[in-house]
Ligand binder design. Structure first.
Ligand code: NAP
Length: 287
């Protein structure tokens, strides 16, 4: 891997940013993290990373962070930020960097996301119009999404959510970060639209059973009405259209399991981690 590339990580305090930063530091790359001012999660940024302040909502605020950068790890916080500033943000990146690795979604890969719905497909389309060397990581659900069940697991033995049989190939967010780092530092990934998945099909209900086995507790799954879950998701901050999209997709996955890929192993040389491995690493968060 070429380690003399300076990389800026956007979304540095999220699920994927911190493991990506750690791997970039390990690789010896000069690495920067973009944080909004007074970010309450700043302690998630590992040592050895240069912190810059900036906000995707204010493209001019990105100039300092981008000055002298070769490659950018880009995710868009669709839940909390409209895409109206995305064209200006991409223009800024284009002024400074040559390469972008963008966290996209399986929804684009399988044609579920329309290009005009202001989500991952829209960002992909904008990136395709730039002169940047882009790589899209069309990822399945993160294993970290199971943390959404942590409150119910800590409080009792039953998880209430719709579509327990939804069969997913969820990906370890550290594996997604590892693919991203390869694409940021190595040549040969430009123009790729990688479907990034975990190594196996595990239903939502099976995920909860695995967490129970790791904790040494008996956990059960109780399917509830999608409408009830939707109300709770929206109350907890999900934009209604995204809650509907996710629940419709889960319904579809009860009939037709997600299809996995071997991208993690092909790109990183390491096997993709299983959900059980993720549960062991994160057991403390369910206790
Ligand atoms: N979860 C899934 O299953 C899944 C599946 C497919 C695709 N994706 C995509 O993956 C991406 C999510 O990645 P993630 O889970 O690592 O992120 P995340 O945990 O949702 O975190 C969002 C990150 O963006 C930062 N951020 C929020 N608003 C910002 C702004 N205005 N300017 C600059 N930074 C800002 C947040 O900072 P603070 O919160 O610290 O302020 C945080 O670091 C999203 O684009 C999502 O659509 C997710």
């Amino acid at each position: 891997m070429t380690v003399n590339k300076t990389v800026l990580v956007i979304g540095a305090t999220g699920n994927v940013g911190p493991p990506a930063l750690s791997r970039l530091v390990e690789a010896g790359a000069p690495v920067r993290a973009l944080l909004i001012k007074d970010d309450p999660n700043a302690d998630r940024v590992p040592d050895g990373v240069e912190v810059f302040h900036g906000d995707l909502a204010e493209p001019d605020s990105l100039d300092d962070a981008l000055d002298g950068v070769d490659a950018v790890f880009l995710m868009w916080p669709f839940f909390t930020l409209p895409v109206s500033t995305a064209p200006e943000v991409l223009a800024k990146i284009e002024q400074h960097a040559r390469r972008v690795v963008f966290v996209s979604s399986v929804g684009v890969h399988i044609g579920l996301e329309r290009r005009d719905n202001n989500c991952h497909a829209h960002l992909e389309e904008l990136l395709e119009k730039t002169t940047l060397e882009w790589t899209f990581l069309r990822t399945t659900g993160f294993m970290a999404n199971a943390l959404g069940f942590a409150g119910q697991i800590r409080a009792g033995g039953t998880v209430h959510f719709p579509y327990g049989a939804a069969a997913r190939t969820s990906v370890h967010e550290g594996d997604l970060a590892a693919v991203a780092v390869r694409a940021l530092l190595e040549d040969g990934h430009a123009g790729q639209k990688y479907l990034v998945t975990g190594p196996e099909v595990v239903s939502q209900k099976e995920q909860v059973h695995i967490i129970g086995e790791v904790l040494g507790r008996s956990l059960t799954w109780q399917d509830v009405l999608a409408q009830d879950a939707r109300d709770q998701m929206v109350a907890s901050g999900w934009p209604p259209a995204y809650a509907d999209g996710a629940l419709d997709y889960f319904a579809q996955l009860t009939k037709e399991p997600e299809v996995g890929s071997s991208v993690v192993e092909e790109v990183t040389g390491e096997p993709a981690r299983t959900f059980r491995e993720w549960a062991v690493e994160n057991a403390a968060r369910f206790r």
